[in-house]
Design a protein around this ligand. Structure first.
Ligand SMILES: NC(=O)c1ccc[n+]([C@@H]2O[C@H](COP(=O)([O-])OP(=O)(O)OC[C@H]3O[C@@H](n4cnc5c(N)ncnc54)[C@H](O)[C@@H]3O)[C@@H](O)[C@H]2O)c1
Length: 252
């Protein structure tokens, strides 16, 4: 077991990538604290993990709210006394396919709040615990569009920021034995995208996208989860400040 008895907090744990990552961490022996804005999503994953003999707990938080984040970390500290792994997975694109002249202040702000400020604040709170215990692994969910995207202006800016803060934190926290890395997935097959597009548009997008990726398929949540598992494990203890693109070779 690669995460035996580690205490891991996973945000966005009710979602496509977060739920699979949380289940994989539990399968590898971690005590996983599931967090999401969605109670239903968290409860479903908690039930699955516990049903398979794994260890899990949950704490609800809206990561666009600073006080929710503080409360979430207080919950972890008071109940578990330590935090070995933080996987910042909550997020999403709330201004997808919007032209540059149609960017709205509200959607832009939400994208930056949900994807970037949330990541910075969760890292800040995790650092308070991890520096004290002189151990920690932080995995931040960026995106392949950290490189830029003409269809995802504010989201790509936020995810580019996630990579930048990952590097800055890696520089500052290395001396405390804390690794900070990020993942940049390309298109990953999750319900939120499929449901938003509908079956026909999804199949067309999937086929078109797959044909442009060298590996000939879009990603699955487990592809990202395995990368998160590696970065959260001690196998990655000499890796920090990196962004690993889980992208089927896209945009090489
Ligand atoms: N699916 C992809 O193609 C893809 C590609 C690159 C990056 N990502 C990133 O991966 C992460 C997971 O996305 P996903 O594809 O699994 O989507 P998802 O919508 O299934 O998962 C996102 C989860 O985050 C939660 N969430 C959203 N806003 C929140 C908030 N304010 N507070 C707390 N929780 C909140 C949602 O309830 C959901 O459970 C996101 O950060 C996303 O930007 C996804």
């Amino acid at each position: 077991m690669r995460l035996k008895d580690k205490i891991a907090l996973v945000t966005g744990a009710g979602g496509g990538i977060g739920s699979v990552t949380a289940k994989l961490f539990a399968q590898e022996g971690a005590m996983v604290i599931l967090s999401d804005i969605s109670e239903e999503g968290c409860k479903k994953v908690l039930k699955e993990i516990v049903g398979k003999g794994g260890k899990a707990d949950m704490v609800l938080a809206d990561v666009t709210k600073e006080q929710d984040i503080i409360n979430m970390f207080n919950f972890v500290k008071e109940k578990y006394k330590r935090l070995d792994i933080l996987a910042n997975i909550a997020g999403g694109d709330f201004e997808n396919n919007v032209g540059v002249t149609d960017i709205t202040y509200e959607r832009m702000s939400y994208n930056i709040d949900a994807n970037l400020k949330s990541c910075i604040l969760c890292c800040r709170e995790a650092a308070k615990i991890m520096t004290e215990q002189q151990y920690g692994k932080i995995v931040n969910m960026a995106s392949l569009v950290h490189r830029g995207s003409p269809m995802q202006f504010t989201y790509s800016a936020a995810k580019g920021g996630v990579f930048a803060i990952t590097r800055s934190l890696a520089m500052a926290l290395g001396m405390f034995n804390i690794n900070v890395n990020s993942i940049g997935p390309a298109l990953i097959e999750v319900d939120i995208i499929k449901n938003t597009l509908g079956p026909e548009m999804w199949e067309a997008l999937k086929e078109d996208t797959a044909s442009r990726y060298p590996l000939g398929r879009v990603g699955q949540p487990i592809d990202v989860a395995y990368c998160a598992l590696f970065l959260a494990s001690d196998e990655a203890s000499f890796i920090t400040g990196q962004l690993i693109e889980v992208s089927g070779g896209s945009r090489l």
